[in-house]
Design a protein around this ligand. Structure first.
Ligand SMILES: Cc1cc2nc3c(=O)[nH]c(=O)nc-3n(C[C@H](O)[C@H](O)[C@H](O)COP(=O)(O)OP(=O)(O)OC[C@H]3O[C@@H](n4cnc5c(N)ncnc54)[C@H](O)[C@@H]3O)c2cc1C
Length: 378
């Protein structure tokens, strides 16, 4: 087994696979991706709701979320040779009360300030866009360039193309430590003692990145957070938009196969305290999610849920990820803390990670996402 490479990537999720692909695409094919589990995309990357959205994001994330949608998602299936089921038919974030509209308006105004095409619409226009929604909805934010895609297909498409271009993937390789040699991140030690060596190490292992970064003295303020999703049986085609709500009690879309995929929350997630290996779902969240879904999309009241699943999020304390090289540990690049919305931005993140490896400026400025931005407010 090959154990040295120009670049070692820790984590085979959508961001790690995308980084591997964009590196190989620019000619850096001497890359090893170490994935702890036996399958690629075992983390949030294969479990998420597929939202590819700009609206509702923090303005620090918007430049690269917008870059991905303007320059990458529309041609991704063609580029990777796999249908990633990208559908760009807009995002409605729905509200039923004046409080909801206030919240949505604030988000929309922030996003407009950096050039995003998003606006508030009234209940009548909501129904014109999507006649299946409840009459109780009094308004929404509408972002026509948002959409959705299939997360499993996207992750595996990046993986497949990266392998075709020469990247090596090692599965069942849980990293426990990064080691410095002469002050520079150089070695990556796996649980069975195997040592991998690289000129550059990209740490993109979801929540587990925190423990691994600590081995070289870097601590990122992240917590882990459990989120659940469900899929319904196939329905006749109803609508193509991605939906969300001001309360964030559910979000989702109808897939190209007819099933609806929804993510939901019951409000007690912050108190979930179980080991990261535990992926079992709770009856509480699914029933809360179904109540919310029926409240907004009454047409789905008889749809049957065929499966539900859960996944862990890497929740960063200020709601946006850390994506940056680390000054104190030359050779180390961090990409973690995606806070539940790291799927839609993965093409841009993968590209920017490949640019960081080469020491280039990234396609958009993301200096606001540096690892050392956290300051005590006491
Ligand atoms: C239910 C749910 C719904 C979501 N919905 C959306 C959505 O609609 N839109 C959106 O944009 N985002 C969504 N997200 C978030 C999104 O899935 C993540 O932000 C994104 O997948 C992060 O990708 P990643 O590659 O950084 O991390 P991950 O997908 O978590 O991948 C990290 C990988 O690292 C591996 N790993 C962990 N520890 C080690 C180790 N020690 N050594 C080696 N490898 C290791 C893991 O096994 C994993 O494969 C959702 C997440 C969940 C759970």
């Amino acid at each position: 087994m090959k154990t040295t490479a120009e670049v070692i990537i820790i984590g085979g999720g959508v961001n790690g696979c995308a980084a591997a692909y964009y590196l190989a695409k620019r000619g850096i094919k001497d890359v090893i991706v170490l994935e702890a589990s036996d399958s690629i995309g075992h983390g949030g990357s294969s479990r998420n709701g597929g939202g590819v959205r700009q609206s509702g994001r923090d303005i620090r994330e918007l430049p690269y979320a917008m870059y991905a949608i303007q320059h990458q998602w529309p041609t991704l299936s063609e580029e990777l040779g796999v249908d990633v089921e990208y559908c760009q038919k807009g995002n409605l974030r729905l509200g039923k009360t004046e409080e909801h509209l206030k919240k949505l308006n604030k988000l929309a105004t922030n996003a407009q300030s950096v050039g995003l095409d998003v606006r508030m619409i009234d209940g009548k226009e909501v129904k014109e866009i999507n006649p299946y929604l409840s009459d109780e909805i009094i308004g929404a934010s509408w972002c026509p360039t948002d959409g959705h895609a299939n997360p499993l297909m996207t992750t595996l498409a990046y993986y497949k193309r990266a392998v075709e271009l020469g990247v090596s993937f090692v599965k069942g390789a849980p990293v426990k430590e990064i080691k410095k040699i002469k002050g520079k991140a150089r070695q990556v030690v796996v649980e069975d003692g195997t040592v991998f060596e690289g000129e550059t190490i990209i740490l993109v292992a979801g929540y587990e990145s925190r423990e691994i970064a600590r081995t070289v003295g870097i601590d990122i303020p992240m917590t882990k957070y459990f989120e659940e999703a469900l899929v319904t049986e196939m329905q006749p085609h109803m609508f193509d938009q991605m939906l969300g709500t001001a309360d964030a009690d559910f979000y989702g879309h109808q897939s190209t196969h007819g099933s609806f995929v929804f993510g939901s929350e019951c409000g007690l997630e912050e108190a979930i305290d179980k080991p990261i290996e535990d992926l079992s779902t709770s009856s509480l969240t699914m029933s809360a999610g179904c109540r919310a879904i029926m409240g907004y999309i009454p047409a789905l009241k008889d749809a049957k849920v065929v499966r539900s699943w859960g996944g862990w999020l890497d929740l960063c304390i200020d709601g946006v990820p850390v994506i940056s090289p680390v000054d104190e540990v030359p050779g180390l690049i961090l990409a973690c803390g995606f806070t539940g919305h790291g799927f839609g931005t993965a093409p841009a993140v993968g590209l920017m990670l490949s640019q960081m490896v080469e020491g280039e400026d990234t396609v958009v400025d993301i200096s606001a996402l540096r690892y050392d931005r956290f300051k005590s407010d006491r």
